[in-house]
Structure formats: structure tokens, C-alpha cells
Design a protein around this ligand. Structure first.
Ligand code: SF4
Ligand code: SF4
Length: 156
């Protein structure tokens, strides 16, 4: 990781200059103790299930723009079985793009994901940007209003 990456402690993510490579190690860390915002598209995709979501708080809505979030049991996603996702093919966009959020203005990378390889640049910027569309505008606004580091952050 280069020293140009800046941590945003409020969301546990780095702002990166370039999108790093990622290879999932199936540790399940991103499925526990996490806010998983759910957008209309996610709720439609998971429409065959019941009782898996809760309303977001006003702060969570301010950050994500989502009215709902995934329900957690013992701090773990209700669909997590060991380290396996029981709805992998139907999982929310938040899970598909993890550990990245590519907003309109920034590349954000999870500080906790062990599958990130900072030594290689990924070519999937457009893919992650498209999966981040639900959260993009709200999160950019939240970052700009809350963080003292915003002047050091860059555009993808
Ligand atoms: S935290 Fe990273 S490596 Fe672990 S399961 Fe999630 S995406 Fe994969
Ligand atoms: S839906 Fe699947 S991938 Fe997403 S948090 Fe739950 S268990 Fe993890």
C-alpha cells in the first residue's frame, strides 16, 4: 500500500489513488459486524425470502441512501453459514462489490479485507462503479461534510 492512501475511520475504508486487485479468501469478515444497505434492486432479487431486513437509522440513510439494511444475528448476516453465503447468486450489490466502493468522486477500499493486493492494479473500475451507484452520491456528500481529510482525496 502506498502512503498516499488515506483512511476514513468513520467507514473503515481507505481512499485510494488506483483500484487495487482483489482475490476473495472466503474469510467471511465482510458478512459480520457490517452495515449491508439494501436497495430496491436487492430487495427484488431476494424477493423469495422473508424477514431478512430491517429499516435503516437516519444516520445510516444519510450515509447510504438506503431505506433498508440486512438483518444480523449475533452480529452476522442472516444468510451467512460458517463462511459461506447461502444466497450467493442473489446477494446484494453491496456484497458483490466488496471490498470496494467506487463513487462518482472516489475509490474506496476496505481496510479490513485480507484479499486486497495493493501491488497490482485492477482493471474493473467501471464494474465496481456501476455496483456502487446506489451509495455513490450520498456517501460522497457524507464524506465531504464529515472528514477533515477531504482535500487529499482524488477522483477515479
Ligand atoms: S473480507 Fe474480503 S477476503 Fe474476506 S470474505 Fe470478504 S471479500 Fe472475501
Ligand atoms: S448476503 Fe451473503 S455475501 Fe452478503 S453479507 Fe450476507 S452472507 Fe455475506
Amino acid at each position: 500500500m502506498s502512503d498516499t492512501q488515506v483512511l476514513i475511520p468513520e467507514i473503515g475504508m481507505f481512499v485510494a489513488q488506483k483500484l487495487p486487485y482483489h482475490s476473495c479468501r472466503r474469510c467471511g469478515r465482510c458478512c459480520a459486524n457490517k452495515l449491508i444497505p439494501l436497495y430496491e434492486k436487492d430487495l427484488e432479487r431476494l424477493g423469495g425470502f422473508r424477514g431478512f431486513y430491517l429499516p435503516t437509522s437516519s444516520l445510516e440513510r444519510e450515509i447510504t441512501g438506503a431505506a433498508h439494511k440486512m438483518k444480523m444475528l449475533d452480529s452476522k448476516c442472516i444468510f451467512l453459514d460458517g463462511t459461506t453465503c447461502k444466497v450467493y447468486d442473489l446477494r446484494p450489490d453491496t456484497c458483490r462489490r466488496h471490498p470496494f466502493i467506487v463513487t462518482r468522486k472516489r475509490i474506496l477500499v476496505s481496510a479490513a479485507c485480507p484479499g486486497v493486493d495493493w501491488s497490482i492494479e485492477s482493471e474493473d473500475l467501471a464494474y465496481y462503479k456501476s455496483l456502487s451507484s446506489g451509495i455513490s452520491e450520498k456517501l460522497d456528500r457524507f464524506i465531504e461534510t464529515r472528514s477533515k481529510f477531504s482535500d487529499r482525496w482524488t477522483r477515479p
